[in-house]
Design a protein around this ligand. Sequence first.
Ligand SMILES: Nc1nc(=O)c2c([nH]1)NC[C@@H]1CN(c3ccc(C(=O)N[C@@H](CCC(=O)O)C(=O)O)cc3)CN21
Ligand SMILES: CC(C)C(=O)C(=O)O
Ligand SMILES: [Mg+2]
Length: 287
Amino acid sequence: MTQLSAAQRTPDSGKALYGGKGTRRITVRDITAAKDRGEKWPMLTAYDAMTASVFDEAGIPVMLVGDSAGNCHLGYESTVPVTLDEMTMLSAAVVRGTNRALIVGDLPFGSYQEGPVQALRSATRLVKEAGVGAVKLEGGERSHRQIELLVESGIPVMAHIGLTPQSVNAMGYRVQGRGEEAAQQLLRDAKAVQDAGAFAVVLELVPAELAAEVTRVLHIPTVGIGAGAETDAQVLVWTDMLGLTGGKMPRFVKQYANLRSVMGDAAKAFAEDVVGGTFPQEEHSVH
Ligand SMILES: Nc1nc(=O)c2c([nH]1)NC[C@@H]1CN(c3ccc(C(=O)N[C@@H](CCC(=O)O)C(=O)O)cc3)CN21
Ligand SMILES: CC(C)C(=O)C(=O)O
Ligand SMILES: [Mg+2]
């Protein structure tokens, strides 16, 4: 792989993305280097500064300000209504809450489909106003011109193929790449985004065997969500992973905590203290 010049090499180069104890902010070059070392890495979504600071201190090397903020954070039915103004505000908060993680801002539906120039205008807002280190957009072959112009303009791009939720009205939430023809299309999409210059690609809800093949064929890292164990990285929506989202979870979610019950129980305890007159106590009062 590419050798870094002395000027590009920094004290943190070559450290593990997770557990590497690096102090400067992670760059897309570090992500590329991790695949060359065969290292797997975790990505979580984040939508606010406070949550992002928790994950940053936990050593999560890459955070995605996902347009899943639409359904997880803003109360929409899907990601479709999310606006670029909303993504800019949430992305800026996540950047402010973090010191080390690479922050990737999701381009929302309608902010890049018109063409490369619109994509560049939208991505530029996330880079200049929010300070993200990279952007993500959905689509393989269909988005390759957008990816090319962003990369030419100096904006690193994470691509996203397989299930692309912004197209829910056209494709539903269904497994992608099943069957020979669909598998060949997914491989073409993966190669198209790599050729266009994407530094990584999300594979969402595709058969594990196909995701493994894409991961072997590509030199850029694959980030799986519902794509089996062989991808270079894994991403989960943070509110799913911590049991906060509520409702029926997709099969690919592993729940590492149940914040919904922790928070609900705490809220009830507070309410009972207030109603019963046991909060505040003397130690919570000033005189
Ligand atoms: N909370 C949340 N978690 C996510 O992972 C997520 C979002 N929101 N919003 C944006 C997209 C939409 N995603 C989705 C949405 C639904 C399914 C789903 O219904 N999957 C089912 C059926 C799949 C099938 O068999 O075809 C599953 O059980 O996995 C999967 C991914 C993933 N992303
Ligand atoms: C599920 C991930 C990849 C995403 O695009 C999001 O959270 O918006
Ligand atoms: Mg998204």
